[in-house]
Design a protein around this ligand. Structure first.
Ligand code: PAF
Length: 292
């Protein structure tokens, strides 16, 4: 594959788009690319599609006091990582995506049952910001397929629903979380961890995999364990994380498809916890056969 074409304006993107005659696969990112992003780009490259990656740190998904200003912006290094891996990289300007301004334009609202739970309960408005920017990105790129990581499982679930609800005609696909050798999920925010915190951080994944296998063992005849058992396990997870020095925000079992109450299999176990200046999230499938 040749070097990707760097598209800096919506007009350049439109010209690139018009010149394509095959399928377009899209990987939206906020940059600071790591192996997790690259695995999405590689997964997007199947079937001879033209792969386009966007890099845009979206202000509307950061709340007041969050890390928008210090979010790592590493465009030159990102472009080097993408060399030979995709057809084009779009670096939208804020006016391309929010012509009326990020606070003044039209907005979609994620339904409360999906957007105000789990991470949304701790980051009010976050998923509205994600939904708004992804919809706007889709309008410009008009891809056939878009790929998102399972690490942001709530985001992935919301974007699947968004694509369905607005009939955007984009197939939403997921790729598994990419992990460091010690199990820590790769994330741009891992760089906020001190050396000592970095040593502690894999305990999040270890805790989730242990709880998930206890939950899988507690289920009977294909039914999930009782709500009481799952609540007790989740509470023990919160305590265990606190014991390691995390400030856990939530540990919750949920229906893997809807993120509703965990009444039917398959289940997903999701958690968020602060460790020093970093807010870490992770999730695993609850299954007798798989530990991920
Ligand atoms: O997952 C991310 O990096 C962002 O939330 C996304 C989907 C690129 C929207 O800004």
């Amino acid at each position: 594959m040749n070097e990707p074409q760097i598209l800096r304006t919506a007009a350049e993107l439109a010209a690139w788009r018009t010149a394509r005659n095959g399928p377009i696969h899209f990987v939206p990112t906020m940059g600071n690319l790591h192996q997790g992003h690259l695995s999405l780009v590689d997964a997007a490259s199947a079937e001879g599609a033209a792969v386009i990656v966007s890099i845009f740190v979206n202000p509307t998904q950061f709340g007041p006091g969050e890390d928008f200003a210090r979010y790592p912006r590493t465009v030159e290094a990102d472009l080097e990582r993408l060399a030979g891996r995709c057809s084009a990289v779009w670096l939208p300007a804020i006016d391309d995506l929010y012509p009326l301004g990020p606070d003044a334009g039209f907005r979609v609202r994620v339904p409360e049952a999906l957007g105000d739970i789990l991470c949304g309960a701790h980051r009010p408005g976050h998923f509205d910001g994600v939904a708004n920017v992804v919809l706007r990105l889709f309008q410009h790129v008009r891809p056939d397929r878009a790929l998102f990581g399972e690490k942001d499982y709530q985001q992935l679930t919301i974007l699947r629903r968004l694509a369905e609800d607005f009939a955007v005609g984009v197939q939403i696909d997921a790729a598994p979380t990419v992990r460091e050798a010690d199990g820590l999920a790769m994330s741009s925010r891992n760089r906020y961890l001190s050396e000592a915190e970095r040593r502690v951080a894999p305990a999040l994944y270890r805790t989730l995999t242990d709880l998930a296998s206890q939950a899988a063992d507690a289920g009977e005849h294909g039914d999930p364990p009782s709500t009481g058992t799952l609540r007790a396990l989740a509470r023990s997870g919160m305590e265990r994380l606190a014991g390691h020095g995390f400030e856990p925000e939530y540990v919750e079992f949920r229906d893997a498809g809807t993120l509703g109450p965990p009444n039917a299999e398959p289940l997903r176990l999701l958690a968020a916890a602060r460790l020093g200046a970093a807010r870490l999230i992770d999730n695993v499938v609850v299954s007798r056969h798989s530990r991920r």
